[in-house]
Ligand binder design. Structure first.
Ligand SMILES: [Zn+2]
Ligand SMILES: [Zn+2]
Length: 265
């Protein structure tokens, strides 16, 4: 069974779907969350810097862990794997990173309910931070998570704009999103570049992949033309033959990767 094609995915779009409503809901949830946090905090002060930086590091790690495991391995909750690998990665590859029309932003953005769910998920950690460091630190952490989410959505959307879109032509945008483009290579996505704009934990856990020329051909040649970051070696290169978009191969590869992680524990 192959992963769905773009046309097959397009056919699953409900007739009631409106990409403008999707974007508006995400903006509204993020803006409301940020406004509530800033109101409770009474603004930001220089003394908040340490908590903000530590909160960013925790969030960057959270992004890495969520992306590397539940989003790329068929584990609980399986729905996020289905949506990420079988929809997002099926729709966008290294060579076909761009949406063809605005409604296709549906396969880039998280669902509108993702942010409320994310905030609910971090409540226990925020309560722990509050108990240890005080309520202000807890609210600062929630603020960082929401700001990080909003920044991720913006940068991720930029990464999937057509090359001739004005914003996509900005060199800094392409440089910032190149790391993610490499991750969209089907042969590399299970192993490399799980952080997005700032790949701190890709560097720390040796999953950072540099290089990737702009024009490449298909198949294993992709892998040969891309260099891992200095000091890193390709992870079982032969195992990265995922058979193009063969779903069984990708699932099997994900399962093997899981086994290897388990053996290392
Ligand atoms: Zn993407
Ligand atoms: Zn991914």
């Amino acid at each position: 069974m192959s992963l769905p094609t773009r046309d097959a995915l397009r056919a699953t779009t409900p007739p009631t779907y409106r990409w403008t409503r999707h974007v508006a809901l995400i903006v509204a949830f993020a803006a409301a969350g940020l406004a509530i946090c800033l109101r409770v905090l009474g603004g930001l002060h220089a003394r908040d810097a340490v908590v903000l930086v530590v909160g960013f590091l925790i969030t960057n790690l959270g992004e890495y862990v969520a992306h590397r495991w539940p989003l790329h391995r068929p584990m609980f909750p399986r729905a996020v794997y289905e949506r990420h690998v079988r929809e997002h990665h099926a729709f966008f590859t290294y060579e076909t990173m761009a949406v063809d029309a605005w409604p296709e932003i549906r396969w880039v953005l998280f669902p509108p309910w993702a942010l409320p769910l994310l905030v609910a998920t971090i409540v226990p950690l925020a309560l722990l931070i509050g108990a240890l460091l005080g309520a202000r630190s807890a609210w600062l952490f929630v603020l960082v998570v929401i700001a990080y989410y909003a920044l991720y959505e913006v940068l991720h959307a930029l990464a999937h704009l057509p090359d001739d879109a004005p914003l996509a032509r900005v060199g800094a945008v392409r440089a910032l999103t190149h790391h993610h483009r490499v991750h969209h290579d089907p042969a590399l996505m299970q192993r490399w570049n799980f952080n997005f704009a700032i790949p701190l934990f890709d560097a720390l856990f040796a999953t950072r992949y540099e290089g990737a020329p702009a024009s490449r051909s298909g198949g294993q040649d992709h892998v040969d033309q891309i260099r891992p970051a200095a000091g890193e070696r390709l992870f079982q290169r032969s195992d990265q033959r995922v058979g193009g978009f063969d779903a069984h191969s990708i699932d099997a590869h994900a399962a093997r990767q899981g086994d290897e992680v388990d053996r290392r524990r």
